[in-house]
Design a protein around this ligand. Structure first.
Ligand code: UDX
Length: 432
């Protein structure tokens, strides 16, 4: 098929590269000309494992192209994906300016039937608005369909999530649209849930909100574990063995972050509010996440007594491993709070140092985990990168002023660290 993807962000780039890999001809459009110039040379704006290879391979075999001219993308494709950003507005609702703009440009440049696929995370009833916008601005009475096809990929494992999704959700009105979508995803050989458009739109927000709820729930349980000396890892394992609960997304830590959960939760709360429903559970989920971040600072204070002038080493800046994404990263919030308290902060992340330099001021950027620990009174693990799991603790201890580890992601065995001479503080993670 001839596909165009409007918006070369995370979702757009991964979807574009994967659809090209499946044998389609894909053209990715973005109005950021600098980004497009770089992408044409195979230079990516983000780090995502495997993506660079996938893009350069498909650029070479000419199944993937990049353009800053949306008109070219609209003209040369049968299926158009909208994958532009939908950032939060002040009140928490999604800014749909980009989506509306793309809908107008599609309408003005269509020269025949088009299937328009909404992939960005948008409030319920957005597809209906896209349809209305296109009908208003279309020049000739060409036929078109709008479908909702939310994307569930996670940063750090995006390619595998795209090619091996648990489910593909398609919300469509016409038989033709359903058929094209089925054909498009046929090579993946995965379960496709075909439903009405509004339900498909809601599935995305409901899923992300539910996953965030699981995380806040286990973080709240970790607080109880801390108080009584139980281990949240054991509790999560015991809960997860029940198939009705499941073992995923029960990892306690310093709170969730990223470009999706915080934004989508705010949006879902606002959507509900606008519809006259007070989504109290989700407000509590959001509050619990904030409390968890504050709680880590509390732990640092308890351990160090006075934070001012202490040297604190932070391992990990990205909001999760295998990405360089710093958006809503709990690590960045933590670092800013430590700086506010007067700490001297040293930081290291395997991939996010470049991006961090432009947003973090007054910290020392280090080359590796041992350099970051030099002279530190305390070392905090804020992101669970694999390389942090395999440190030489003897070497680490010799670099530090004081052998204190605050394990914000519960990646270490408390008994082992104690044996190595460290004071270990986890998140509800206690093993006697
Ligand atoms: C999420 C959804 O998982 C994905 O389906 C959607 O398309 C986009 O939003 P992403 O934000 O890339 O994906 O990462 P995810 O792996 O879901 O993690 C989100 C945050 O939750 C991270 O900060 C992570 O550290 C945290 N998290 C996750 C926990 O604290 N505990 C867990 O058990 C799982």
């Amino acid at each position: 098929m001839n596909i165009s993807i409007i918006g070369a962000g995370y979702v757009g780039l991964v979807s574009g590269a994967c659809f090209a890999e499946l044998g389609n001809h894909v053209i990715c459009a973005d109005n950021d000309t600098k980004k497009i110039v770089n992408l044409k040379k195979g230079v990516l704006p983000i780090y995502e494992p495997g993506l660079e290879e996938l893009i350069s391979g498909n650029l070479k075999n000419k199944r993937l192209k990049f353009t800053s001219k949306i008109k070219d993308a609209v003209r040369s494709s049968d299926v158009i994906f909208i994958a532009v950003g939908t950032p939060s507005l002040e009140k928490g609702d999604a800014d749909l300016t980009g989506v509306e703009n793309v809908a107008r440009l599609i309408a003005q440049n269509m020269d025949g039937y088009r299937l328009i696929v909404e992939k960005s995370t948008v409030p319920v009833e957005t597809c209906a608005r896209i349809k209305k916008t296109i009908s208003t601005y279309i020049k000739n009475k060409y036929k078109f369909d709008v479908v909702s096809n939310p994307e569930f990929l996670r940063e750090g494992s995006a390619i595998n999530d795209f090619t091996h999704p648990d489910r593909i959700v398609v919300g469509a009105e016409s038989q033709k649209a359903r058929q094209i979508m089925r054909q498009l995803y046929l090579p993946l050989n995965r379960q496709i849930l075909v439903t009405d458009i509004k339900s498909a739109e809601l599935i995305k927000h409901a899923s992300n909100a539910f996953l965030a709820t699981k995380i806040s729930f286990i973080n709240a349980v970790s607080r109880i574990c801390d108080k009584v000396g139980a281990d949240v890892q054991e509790v999560a394992c015991g809960m997860g063995l029940d198939n009705r609960i499941g073992r995923y997304f029960l990892h306690a830590g310093i709170g969730y972050g990223g470009s999706c959960f915080p934004k989508d939760l705010d949006a879902f709360i606002t959507i509900a509010e606008n519809l006259g429903y007070d989504f109290k559970i989700l407000k509590a989920v959001r509050d619990t996440n904030q409390e968890q971040k504050d709680f880590v600072i509390q732990k640092v204070k308890e351990a160090l007594w006075i934070i001012k002038d202490k040297t604190i080493a932070v391992l990990g800046l990205a909001f999760k491993p295998n990405t360089d994404d710093l958006r809503n990263s709990p690590s960045i919030d933590l670092i800013n709070a430590l700086i506010q308290e007067g700490a001297k902060v040293r930081v290291y992340d395997p991939k996010a140092m470049g991006k961090a330099r432009s947003i973090l001021k007054n910290v020392t950027f280090c080359k590796n985990s041992y350099q970051v620990a030099r002279g530190a009174d305390c070392l905090i693990v804020a992101t669970e990168w694999n390389e942090f799991k395999e440190l030489d603790f003897l070497k680490l201890k010799n670099k530090m002023q004081r052998a204190l580890v605050i394990d914000g992601r519960n990646i270490y065995d408390p008994r082992y660290l104690k044996k190595m001479g460290f004071t270990y503080i986890g998140i509800g993670h206690v093993k006697e």
